[in-house]
Design a protein around this ligand. Structure first.
Ligand SMILES: C[S@@+](CC[C@H](N)C(=O)[O-])C[C@H]1O[C@@H](n2cnc3c(N)ncnc32)[C@H](O)[C@@H]1O
Ligand SMILES: [Zn+2]
Length: 371
């Protein structure tokens, strides 16, 4: 019924055939590898290595057991499915981490409301929203959240407003919009409890997005954090886009300054940096020195994050070239040209065919025409 697999230095029993009651997705090894390096990097910045961690929606327990074994934290590993819970206990034994890992068979929200944990990890099916309030009450230092409901978060389906109390737009940078809408939701959930969020590493890969963020306590910090929310204005006619802070969208121009078409507004969402460069460098270093199955892909994501500009949207190279009716050159030559014209520019981990820049749409078009 079960077969043994290995991730990092951890052995894991997983169902031979996918089952409804025990979930394991081998494709998420990359996400778990980045978690291991991120949690290790974060712990190295604390004065004590003794931290508590909850893997609240654990499936086989692979994430939590890896944290216990490969980082050495005390972990609570929970799943409300009885067969999953039984497998978690077997996986704890298999890795001889009984002293650091405890299995629970509870509703995650109950456990989170009853206990405080230094680190809280939510890895749900679909949206994390049903668990966010309890997680925000429970977490003391670090929040790790996955979302796989990317269609509503990106504005491709309805549900953005219902689940996230925000309006996403299905733009060419929808993957980044999804992360920022989710971060906006987390900010508001945390602020209710006088807690603030500081994103450390946020990325998107295939069907999921993942946030890793420091949590800090204090009403003043929470007030400051709310000021990092805002909106993105987008013109679907010419591609013009800009971000603005606060809840002043009623006073934003309704027509595009460049082409006169109607401006659409997305948000509220998190406008500021979604990563901390210094933290990403620490994670990169951890990745390099660990035994990990998806090291190469993980390094690529984190390295791109280190160098990515903190601008809340990106441009798809081909979309801009198509609008201009010019042949696309390489991204590297475009980024070089933007630099030599005095703009900041970088790649983005959201897309291999996109770039970020502080140049506006007209300036981007000007540089592209000159290539
Ligand atoms: C996506 S899977 C977790 C995968 C796992 N974290 C991993 O890395 O392999 C989501 C899990 O949440 C569990 N779950 C769903 N609702 C829950 C709840 N209210 N309380 C606890 N567990 C829940 C499901 O049984 C399922 O195992
Ligand atoms: Zn326009």
């Amino acid at each position: 019924m079960f077969s043994e697999t290995k991730e990092g230095t951890t052995r894991i029993l997983v169902p031979k055939q996918p089952t409804k009651s025990i979930f394991y997705n081998p494709k998420m090894e990359l996400c778990r590898d980045i978690d291991i390096a991120s949690v290790a990097a974060f712990v190295s910045s604390l004065s004590s290595p003794h931290q508590t961690y909850i893997d609240a929606l654990a499936g086989t327990g692979v994430r939590g057991i890896r944290i216990a074994k490969e980082v050495g934290l005390s972990v609570a590993i929970n799943d409300r499915s009885k067969p999953a819970y039984e497998l978690i206990t077997r996986n704890i034994d298999l890795n001889a981490v009984e002293e650091r890992a405890t299995a629970y068979n509870e509703n995650a929200n109950v456990l989170l409301l009853q206990n405080k944990y230094d680190f809280v990890d939510l890895d749900p099916f679909g949206s994390p929203v049903p668990f966010l309030d309890a997680a925000c009450k429970s977490v003391k230092k670090l929040l790790l959240v996955t979302a796989t409901d990317t269609a509503p978060l990106c504005g491709a389906h309805t549900g953005g407003l219902r689940k996230y109390a925000a309006i996403p737009l299905n733009t060419e940078y929808h993957k980044e919009m999804a992360i920022r809408i989710l971060l906006g939701r987390v900010t508001r959930d945390l602020c209710k409890y006088d807690r603030a969020i500081q994103p450390l590493l946020s990325y998107s890969k295939s069907h999921f997005i993942r946030l890793i963020a420091r949590v800090e306590k204090g009403a003043k910090k929470a007030d400051d954090c709310m000021k990092r929310l805002g909106f993105i204005a987008h013109c679907f006619a010419c591609g013009n886009r800009f971000a603005f802070y606060g809840y002043d969208m009623l006073n934003t121009e309704s027509k595009c300054k460049l082409c006169g078409a109607k401006i659409r507004i997305a948000g509220p969402l998190y406008i500021e940096a979604i990563k901390d460069k210094g933290f990403c460098e620490l994670v990169h270093n951890e990745l390099e020195h660990r035994e990990l199955g998806k090291k190469k892909e993980a390094l690529k994501i984190v390295e791109t994050c280190v160098n990515e500009l903190d601008i809340p949207y990106y441009y798809e190279h081909h979309a801009v070239c198509k609008a201009l009716k010019v042949q696309p050159t390489t991204i590297t030559s475009l980024i070089d040209a933007l630099h030599s014209n005095g703009y900041s520019a970088s790649r983005t981990q959201f897309s291999d065919t996109a770039f970020k820049t502080d140049a506006g749409m007209e300036e981007v078009k000007g540089v592209l025409k000159g290539l």
